[in-house]
Each structure stands twice: as structure tokens, then as C-alpha cells.
Design a protein around this ligand. Sequence first.
Ligand SMILES: Nc1ncnc2c1ncn2[C@@H]1O[C@H](COP(=O)(O)OP(=O)(O)OP(=O)(O)O)[C@@H](O)[C@H]1O
Ligand SMILES: [Mg+2]
Length: 253
Amino acid sequence: MNIGITNQKGGVGKTAIAQNLSAALSRKNKKTLLVDFDPQASLTKSILGRDFQISETDGYVRNFYNDKEVSPINVYPNLDFIGCDGMLAGVADRGIEAIWGLQEGLSSMSANYDYILIDSLPSMGSLFLAVLKACDRVIIPVVPEFQVLNGLKDFFDTVEKAKARKINENIQIAGIIFSMVESHKRKMQNTIMDELKNDLNGMIWETKIYNRVSISEAPGLRQNVFEYEPGGIAADFFTALAEEFIRKMEESK
Ligand SMILES: Nc1ncnc2c1ncn2[C@@H]1O[C@H](COP(=O)(O)OP(=O)(O)OP(=O)(O)O)[C@@H](O)[C@H]1O
Ligand SMILES: [Mg+2]
């Protein structure tokens, strides 16, 4: 099953969730492939380091568009990775091919994995449509702030259009994860989270990812939260998220 971590809004924790949720899933013996599909390449830098030349490996997502072999890089037991760099941005100009390439490239790999997680870019352009084309489900990290519902409505609209125009008729929104929740803004954020729960009946997942320094510091050391602070609170968030993820994915099959 292919799952996109998506939101056209930037800086909402998509990459942090992609990295740590995939680590949590692999620790639960789920064979997982993690794909960086954002030309900012933050996930690739977090996993392989800033100086790694991804273009020189076979685990380079852009090779899907160059008719070259792509072989995922094994990074942990049960966790493989396909990375990118800024050159992925150029793929956006390739029209129809830009939208189809990711799905075509991943199709031969699906059978090897329980889950393929795709870290999406903050945009609604053709690279985002490629993610919608390639995914069975999308999950949406959302920071509980004022006005967030307007942006979400635009997002839902785009997914509906992608369905109606047959880019992907089967795609489903698996749900919304509250991300970067701050305990010192509890009153305001609780109000917003309650309102969203009312407005988006049943879409909000139980697990919340709170703001933790460890989540922002770990990537700089090329670590996930399980390595950075074993047994820490952040690790608990992502273990809980992986359990809810597995449950929801099984239910929706
Ligand atoms: N739960 C969290 N607690 C603390 N810091 C976080 C948390 N989630 C993400 N961050 C930090 O916030 C910043 C933005 O997060 P991240 O890169 O995951 O967002 P994004 O949605 O992927 O952004 P973009 O849209 O630019 O790809 C990063 O520096 C990240 O380390
Ligand atoms: Mg990101």
C-alpha cells in the first residue's frame, strides 16, 4: 500500500512524520519503503547526510524519469529508502510524464513492501499530482492554528478533482494528524482541535505529535527519534502513531 504524507502548506511536519513513522513501522517488522519526493530533499539530507551524492546511487528517485534502474538503499532492518535532490524540480516541466513517472516506477516495487511512504512537497503542482497518482492513501499533518480549515478545504478539493478527472479514482484521504502541537498554547490549540474534530467528523487521528526539541534536533545528526532518545517521549509518539497507522490501513483495505 502506497501512502503519501501530504499538505500543500510548508513546515507542518511532513518530513519529520515520514522519517519517524517509517522508522516506527520498520521496528514493528513492517517492510517499509520511504521515498523522498520533495526537491528540497530535507528527508534525503536527514537520512543520508548533507554531503551524500544521491544522484550517484541507484536509489535516486529521478531515475524513474530517466529510464534507469532504481534500487532502494537499505538504511535499517525492514526500511529501504529512495532519495532525491534539487534536480527533481526539473521533472515538473515534463507534463504528463511528470505525473505518471512516480507511479510507474513504484509499481514494480509494491509487492516487496507492506507500506511505501512518500514524503510530498508543499505544493499543488505536477509533482504533487504525481504523488496523488502514485498513492492509495494520503495522510495530512496539520498544525492546529487559526484559518487552517481554509487550506484543508483547498487540499480536499484538489484530491476530489484528481479523482473526478481520473488521475487516481481510488485515492482516499486516510486522515489528519495533529502535528507540532505545543503544550504552552494549550487553550487556543484545544479550541481549534475541537472545532476541526467537529467539522471533519472522523478524519482526525487519535495520536498527536507534540513539539519536541528531539524531533527537530535528530535529523541534524542523521538520526530518527528512536536513535536520538531511545525510550523518550517523542519515540512514544511515533510508536503510537505507527500502531494507529497499521490499524487504520488494515481497516480501510
Ligand atoms: N513535532 C515536532 N517537534 C519539533 N520540531 C518539529 C516537529 N515536527 C517538525 N519539526 C521541525 O519543524 C521544521 C519543519 O518540519 P518538517 O520539515 O518536517 O515540515 P514539512 O512539512 O516537511 O516542511 P516542507 O513543507 O518544507 O517540506 C523542521 O525543522 C523540523 O525538524
Ligand atoms: Mg518536508
